[in-house]
Each structure stands twice: as C-alpha cells, then as structure tokens.
Write a protein that binds this ligand. Structure first.
Ligand code: GDP
Length: 295
C-alpha cells in the first residue's frame, strides 16, 4: 500500500547516476520524496518541511553528493534524524512518591481505560508493583464497569464510588485507600469526551492539581493522524503532561503522529499500544518508530 522510502530514494538516485554528477538540485529533488513519504505516513506538513530542511543541511554537510552510495547515506541520515527527533532513547516513567500516582488523560475512545489495565499489569508483573486502579468517569457507568472487568483480568483491584459525582474526591479517596492498604501505585482513569470541551478540561485539570501525580500521561489514538496533533497540543496547554501513549499502532497506520506530536508538544512518547489484548503494550522505541515511518 505504501511505497517504501528506501526504494524510492534508490530509484531517484539511480536516475541521477545515469546523468553523471549528482548536484544540489538533485538532492533537493530526492528530499521531495522524503517529504512525500512523511506526508504519506501522516506527519504534519510543517513538521515534514522543517524536518527535510534539517536533513538537507546534514546531507550536504556529509557530502552526499560524492558518496559511493548516496541513496543509502541519505536513508541513514533520514533515519538518524527521525530517531533523534523522537527523543533518541526510550523515555522511562518516573515514579517517586509512595504511592506513586499516574493520571490518564485523553479523548473518549483513545484507549485510556485499556491502557490503564495494560499498565497496571505491566508494572505489576515486570516491576513488582502493587497497583490500585481508580475509576473517575462519573458520567458513564459503563466506563466504570469496563475498568472493573479489566481489573479482574489483570488481577488488580479497582476503586470506584458508584454514587459520587465528584471525580476529584474519588481520586483523593483512592489515594487514601492506597496508603491505608499498602498499594504502592495508583492509576487514575478519567472521563473522556468525543471532542475537547471546557468542562472536561476543567475537570481533569482540577484532578491533576488535587492529586499532584508523578506522571500525567496523554493517551492518543495513532489512527487519528493529524487530529492527534491538535488534541495533544490542547491537552498539553492545560495539563503540561509528562508523556504520551500512542495506541492502536497495530492498525493501518505508519505512525507519523508520533513524530508530529513529539515535535509540536515536545514531550516524549513513553508507551505504545499494539492491540486490544492486555499484553499488547510496549515502551516506545524511537529507532523502531523511524523504521516504521520510513517503511
Ligand atoms: P477510552 O474511552 O479512552 O477509555 O478507550 P478504551 O480503552 O475504551 O478503548 C476504545 C477502544 O479501542 C476499545 O474497543 C479498545 O479495545 C480499543 N483499543 C484500545 N487500545 C488499543 C490498541 O492498542 N489497539 C487496538 N487495536 N485497539 C485498542
């Protein structure tokens, strides 16, 4: 479905080689291919443009014009720059307090509740944590039920107050409960809306201010492409979150949203969701994502 960028570059440089010397204009032409590939991968236009400008400088600096295999050098430069832009190394979550508190934010349907279950399971099995999940969606009883089901599946208790309409109090009570019962990790799942609205933003901001989490994570569906960037920007302005969770990477997407979000909000992507099952989660690896974007 997608054209592979490495093959594209190989092709255009082959044509160039037939013509003799490679010039700066030729490099500019091939950069257009890079940009097109990024746009195909759903990278935001401005991000793609500034990225190819950087690559051009690098390419000319590294003498791509006289390289034996210019296409390979070019692909390497593009890959390295993509990796660097997405943070270089894997970004860890920082859990300092006891109990440590993680707050989930994001739109409805982004995968927040599923990821809360996945993260509880992951930190329980891999980091020996004792988590408590918290249901703070006071609008949709079904959301509380969903978290309870997930909690059962990963064998982590779920704190909820079915009659309460005050998510700030629920979150605070849950932390008290965790302290009293010896849980060392509290994962707070919050309500989402189909689109950003003021009430939702006020609510999650109030929760954040009240519980002062170790990590505030913004969960976003990678399939939403360009919209993901705008949503990330708005949530970041209100919450100043610590990291991004990119879900549904098992779907039909190149994951260009990863590059756009990282560039626009300048916050690391920390996890990726790769399926509906509870073990379908991984830390984010910038170099692997660069491979995926390039195809
Ligand atoms: P929330 O409204 O943000 O809490 O979103 P949910 O956790 O309810 O997820 C919405 C839908 O996306 C559900 O059907 C999930 O099974 C599905 N989902 C969540 N994460 C992933 C993922 O990484 N891959 C896929 N394919 N589906 C996912």
């Amino acid at each position: 479905m997608f054209d592979n960028l490495s093959e594209r570059l190989e092709r255009s440089f082959k044509i160039l080689k037939g013509e003799g010397k490679i010039t700066e204009i030729n490099v500019a032409e091939t950069l257009k291919d890079v940009r097109r590939a990024l746009l195909d991968a759903d990278v935001n236009y401005k991000v793609a443009k500034s990225f190819t400008d950087t690559v051009k400088e690098k390419a000319l600096g590294q003498n791509v014009l006289t390289a034996v295999k210019p296409s390979q050098l070019m692909v390497k430069i593009v890959h390295d720059e993509l990796t660097k832009l997405m943070g270089g190394d894997t970004a860890e979550i920082e859990l300092k307090n006891r109990p440590a508190v993680i707050l989930m934010s994001g739109l409805q349907g982004s995968g927040k509740t599923t990821f809360s279950g996945k993260l509880a399971r992951m930190l329980k099995t891999k980091k020996n944590r004792k988590p408590l999940l918290v249901a703070c969606d006071v609008y949709r009883p079904a959301a509380i039920e969903q978290l309870k089901v997930l909690g059962q599946q990963v064998e982590v208790p779920v704190y909820c107050e079915m009659d309460s309409k005050d998510p700030v109090q629920i979150a605070l009570h849950a932390i008290q409960e965790a302290k009293a019962k010896g849980y060392d990790l509290v994962i707070v799942d919050t309500a989402g809306r189909l689109a950003i609205d003021e009430q939702m933003m006020n609510e999650i901001e109030a929760i954040k201010n009240a519980i002062n989490p170790d990590e505030t994570l913004f969960v976003v569906d990678a399939m939403t492409g360009q919209d993901a960037v705008n949503t990330a920007r708005e949530f970041n302005e209100r919450l100043d979150f610590n990291g991004v969770v990119l879900t549904k990477l098992d779907g039909d997407t190149r994951g260009g949203a990863a590059l756009s979000i990282r560039t626009v909000v300048n916050k690391p992507i920390k996890f990726v969701g790769t399926g509906e099952k509870l073990d379908a989660v991984d830390q984010f690896h910038p170099a692997r994502m660069a491979d995926r974007i390039l195809g």
